[in-house]
Write a protein that binds this ligand. Structure first.
Ligand code: CA
Length: 231
């Protein structure tokens, strides 16, 4: 799971990032509203945590612009005491939830789990993701079908998770690179092709009906194997 944190207060952001990472989230952090908006529009995040008072562009402004294009990515506003009107504006403009500073990290983690469950509508128990006959267990890096299971590397697991949570959307190679390797990485298209081929071999190995379909010139999507119309 990948989280975007837009928060200009370093003393709040640093401990929060540490806790999120400890809970197996990968985190990108922006200090100001402009870079926050750029990142938010990339559509590679599972959750966006948005402070309201930010340099350059406020959290509410980011949310307004984001929601014109992306109505789905869950947004949790981080509000300070006394920002009640902003809080209401945030919810009006399509935030999914908010926490008031100072908040307990347990509360924030629970809210992150709740909004991602709502978004994905995937049966998620003990952090497992289910797609057709597949169950992905990120905490133990394991992919199971109804008859067998196999271990995944961390990158394979992240890629599978990205494909499952975005199904039935087609995911471009560029988005996969941004998401799995990060914006600053030197990874190229063939890195993605290699990892897709690893995953395809593993899907065959466990006899899953699920396949990763190449949509030429666009990207990849998961096919459950049940639907002839998947293409
Ligand atoms: Ca702030």
């Amino acid at each position: 799971m990948k989280i975007l944190l837009v928060e200009d207060e370093k003393f709040l952001a640093d401990p929060l990032i540490a806790i999120l990472k400890k809970n197996n989230y990968s985190v990108d952090h922006c200090f100001d509203g402009e870079s926050g908006l750029d990142h938010a529009l990339s559509n590679i995040y599972d959750v966006i945590l948005l402070d309201i008072m930010l340099p350059k562009l406020s959290g509410v402004e980011i949310l307004k612009k984001l929601r014109k294009i992306d109505k789905l990515t869950p947004v949790i506003m981080l509000t300070a005491r006394g920002e009640v009107p902003d809080k209401i504006a945030g919810l009006d403009w399509g935030a999914d939830d908010y926490v008031s500073k100072p908040f307990s990290t347990d509360e924030l983690l629970a809210r992150i789990r709740a909004v991602t469950r709502r978004k994905n509508k995937i049966i998620a128990q003990n952090d497992e993701l289910v797609f057709a006959d597949l169950t992905l267990s990120p905490s133990v890096l394991r992919l199971s079908s109804s008859s067998a299971y196999i271990s995944l590397t961390l990158k394979e697991c992240q890629l599978m998770e990205y494909l499952i949570t975005n199904s039935p959307m087609i995911i471009s190679k560029e988005k996969i690179i941004d998401r799995i390797w990060g914006f600053d990485s030197e990874a190229e298209d063939n890195h993605v092709e290699v990892y897709i081929s690893f995953l395809r071999k593993k899907l065959l190995h466990i006899n899953s009906k699920v396949s990763i379909v190449t949509v030429r010139g666009v990207g990849y999507k998961l096919c459950s194997g049940d639907l002839e119309t998947d293409f």
